[in-house]
Design a protein around this ligand. Structure first.
Ligand SMILES: C[S@@+](CC[C@H](N)C(=O)[O-])C[C@H]1O[C@@H](n2cnc3c(N)ncnc32)[C@H](O)[C@@H]1O
Length: 232
């Protein structure tokens, strides 16, 4: 008598199917290990502080977002409405934490799941921290635009230097200046304090764009072309 060959349910949700383990080496990291690994870099998440909110993280095979989610949660721990008292400043800080997180995966469904999980962490942080306040018009659309640009469906091994993401450089008054940049996987990047390839000349906004207008202005923006509409 042969043993049943069905895959037993994985209680820790680390495996979707055997086929995917074979094809993609897809075994997700357990939450306990994710936390333990991030605990090794406490300086990146100083307690109750926004000092490192813009620190950039890249997960080149992000899966369904186990690391990305925990990184965002830790960055947001220091972003408290009670510390800023101004909706636009608060929302700008929240988006800065999100906009500095980058992920790549070869599987479209993993990319989609990662994006949704990041948006849910942002939504629930907002709700729990400032629950009597409704997010302003344009905030949710800006968050969606950010994850669409920076959580990318691609093959990191074959195409790393052709993967375009956006460097959201925070400015005054709730703005970002966006620089469309290629990721750099060269040996040189390990000596440079940045993730982005210096060539080819990057596309960039000519004027800073308020976060509520990011979604409506998806392309590099000139002052004369700025669409003054908040995304839905
Ligand atoms: C071992 S899982 C790890 C996922 C996640 N980093 C985690 O720790 O939970 C490997 C992931 O790499 C992805 N992957 C495999 N080959 C890839 C490639 N060439 N480029 C980008 N992602 C890839 C798979 O789709 C899968 O989601």
């Amino acid at each position: 008598m042969s043993a049943a060959r069905t895959l037993a349910p994985d209680p820790r949700g680390q495996i979707k199917t055997r086929q995917r383990v074979r094809d993609l080496a897809e075994v997700f990291t357990h939450e306990r290990e994710v936390k333990a690994m991030l605990d090794l870099i406490p300086d990146m998440f100083p307690a109750g502080s926004t000092k490192t909110v813009d620190a950039k993280f890249l997960e080149p095979a992000c899966g369904s977002g186990n690391f990305l989610e925990e990184i965002l949660r830790r960055k947001l721990a220091g972003v408290r409405f009670a510390r800023v008292h101004l909706v636009s400043r608060y929302e700008h800080w929240l988006l800065r934490a999100l906009a500095s997180i980058y992920g790549v995966d070869i599987c479209a469904d993993n990319v989609n799941e990662s994006r949704l999980r990041l948006l849910e962490v942002l939504r629930s942080h907002y709700h729990n921290d400032a629950n009597t306040m409704a997010p302003s018009e344009g905030f949710a659309a800006a968050a969606r635009a950010i994850v669409a640009s920076n959580i990318v469906h691609a093959d990191f091994l074959a195409d790393a230097s052709r993967i375009e993401v956006v460097d959201y450089q925070p400015g005054r008054g709730g703005t970002f200046l966006r620089v469309w940049s290629m990721l750099d996987d060269s040996a040189e990047v390990r000596r440079m304090p940045d993730l982005f390839h210096p060539e080819p000349a990057p596309k960039r906004d000519e004027v800073p764009v308020h976060y509520t207008m990011l979604a409506a202005n998806g392309e590099p923006t000139r002052a004369s072309e700025l669409v003054n509409t908040k995304g839905g």
